[in-house]
Design a binder for this molecule. Structure first.
Ligand SMILES: Nc1nc2c(ncn2[C@@H]2O[C@H](COP(=O)(O)OP(=O)(O)OP(=O)(O)O)[C@@H](O)[C@H]2O)c(=O)[nH]1
Length: 532
């Protein structure tokens, strides 16, 4: 069995399903593709920053190592260790040297690791002192001995006088490498605020030193596995102990939001666009169809054919407009056909005037109108005299022509829209006309006979006249009113017929007028008696 669904409901369901799919698709895409991509992008940026930070630290260490190696392979240094000539020390290891190399400490040891000379430089006070290495430094020194090698400068992170520093050590040898190692040269570069500021400038990261107490934070995991607002990075010594730790922050850190503004905007668009689409379809398609359907249903109920309203302005669906217009054209055609059919069913085919059926309706309407507006009206029945004889003598076609001409005469007498001339049957006609006065009704009667006479149709076999004549019965109701309440149009017709009968009886070619008014009312009883 076929099931029907309203277009409204169908469309609503489709739009809802579409929206649900789109929202699910958007959230799925966000969850599986775009959001992980955004996270990966931020992670990549953070990783690059951390990489450049590590590179900058390594660069500082390599730079210090290079400087250490430059001094350690300087012949003057080699000769100093061999001869212990202090002139070299006094002229080269001065405050300016420490300033330009950005050092806070230096040390020379012999090949047996005995301290030959060491310096400590206080840069703020511009104070260079000899033999000031403290216990920590000695410890770090001892540790650093483990990394002594013959051919490269190596570096480490160590505390010098409790201050964190990069330390680099290189073997003291001749510049051409021809002579054996004489000892080892150590340089310390401070890891201080200016060092961190320099790293910040290079990497554009915010870097803050961490105290020992803060070093319980999780150290940076490299490569990064998840984005964080800040990381902790420690510089370790050769034994793997964190000597210097710093807190690293990413300026303008904005972690991607799963449901950010753009996602909400997308969702909003996804919700608004189909709603707008739904509204447009409702407004342009469904509403006109529904309106037309209601109109047609009401037409079916009232059994009337009317034109649908086709809007002139505004945006419309062309197909709907064509449908409405086509329906209206069809309705017009049906109405025309209906009117033609009505015309046919009400018209006498021979004479073209109203037929008996139309007359009956007209009489009913005239009775009603007359009573409602208290008018005066005359009902006439007209019969052609000796028409049988005419037919028999002149022929049936000639008889038809007579009927047509008499009908035309009567039609000319019924000029007003609510006056009617009709063929009552055979050679008998009826006329319903207004007549407001005796004069007027008399004039009607006279005009009828004159007009028929004016036709001047010869009757070849009439015993009463050589011309076609008519007899008529007239029932004139003067000033209708309540006095008519007990009667109806049938009584009116019966009295008219009676008058016609009298007219015939009077020898034909004459008409009998009966006047009804308040003083001489229609009597239903009398009508029946007289008619029978
Ligand atoms: N030609 C023609 N004759 C018709 C038509 N309808 C009826 N008639 C004729 O009209 C005649 C009516 O005759 P009757 O009813 O006897 O009346 P009459 O001859 O007119 O005599 P009175 O009315 O008494 O004067 C009949 O001969 C019908 O055949 C029609 O459509 N065409």
């Amino acid at each position: 069995m076929a099931t029907s669904v309203s277009i409204n409901r169908l469309f609503f369901s489709l739009v809802t399903a579409y929206m649900a799919l789109l929202v699910a698709g958007l959230l799925g895409f966000r969850w599986y593709v775009s959001y992980p991509n955004e996270i990966a992008g931020v992670l990549r940026e953070q990783q690059q920053a951390i990489d450049s930070l590590n590179a900058a630290i390594t660069l500082s260490q390599q730079q210090l190592a290079t400087q250490t190696r430059d001094y350690a392979t300087w012949d003057d240094t080699w000769f100093y260790v061999q001869d212990r000539n202090n002139t070299y020390i006094e002229s080269n290891f001065v405050g300016d040297t420490f300033d330009s190399l950005n050092l806070i400490g230096a040390m020379i040891i012999d090949i047996d690791a005995h301290n030959i000379i060491s310096w400590h430089y206080d840069r703020e006070l511009n104070n260079l002192t000899l033999d000031t290495l403290d216990t920590d430094t000695e410890i770090s020194l001892a540790r650093s001995k483990q990394m002594l090698t013959k051919d490269v400068a190596v570096y480490d992170v160590a505390l010098l006088n409790k201050q964190p520093a990069l330390v680099s050590v290189s073997a003291i040898t001749r510049s051409d490498g021809t002579r054996a190692d004489k000892g080892w040269l150590f340089f310390w570069r401070p890891i201080d605020q200016s060092f961190l500021d320099n790293l910040s400038r290079i990497t554009r990261l915010e870097i803050h030193p961490l105290s020992h107490a803060q070093r319980n934070l999780q150290n940076i995991v490299n490569p990064l596995t998840k984005i964080k607002e800040s990381h902790q990075l420690c510089m370790h010594d050769r034994l793997g102990r964190p000597e210097v730790c710093m807190d690293i922050r990413f300026p303008n850190y904005h972690p991607p939001e799963f449901m950010g503004v753009s996602t909400w905007i997308m969702l909003g668009i996804l919700a608004v666009v189909p709603s707008l689409f739904f509204w447009l379809i409702m407004h342009l398609l469904i509403a006109p169809i529904r309106k037309a359907t209601l109109f047609l249903e009401s037409s079916v109920r009232t059994r009337s054919i009317r034109n649908l309203e086709v809007p002139e302005d505004g945006l419309q669906i062309r197909e709907i407009r064509r449908l409405l217009t086509a329906y209206n054209q069809l309705a017009s055609t049906v109405l025309e056909q209906k009117s033609a059919l009505q015309q046919l069913t009400r018209t006498d085919a021979l004479t073209g005037i109203a037929n008996r059926r139309a007359f009956d309706h007209a009489l009913e309407r005239a009775w009603f109108r007359m009573n409602r507006y208290q008018q005066s009206m005359a009902l006439m029945l007209i019969d052609i005299d000796h028409f049988k004889r005419f037919n028999d003598s002149a022929g049936h076609p000639a008889g038809d022509e007579v009927l047509r001409q008499v009908a035309e005469v009567l039609a000319n007498m019924a000029r007003r829209t609510d006056e009617v001339a009709a063929r009552f049957g055979g050679e008998e006609f009826a006329l319903i006309v207004y007549a407001h006065s005796t004069l007027e009704v008399e004039s009607l009667r006279r005009n009828l006979h004159e007009a028929i006479a004016n036709l001047a149709i010869r009757h070849p076999d009439s015993p009463t006249s050589e011309w076609i004549t008519v007899s008529a019965g007239i029932a004139w109701i003067r000033n209708s009113g309540e006095w008519l309440n007990k009667t109806n149009q049938e009584d009116w017709l019966a009295y008219t017929d009676m008058a016609l009968y009298k007219g015939k009886a009077n020898g034909r070619n004459n008409s009998v007028l009966t006047v009804f008014d308040q003083q001489h009312p229609l009597e239903p009883e009398a009508t029946r008696q007289n008619v029978t």
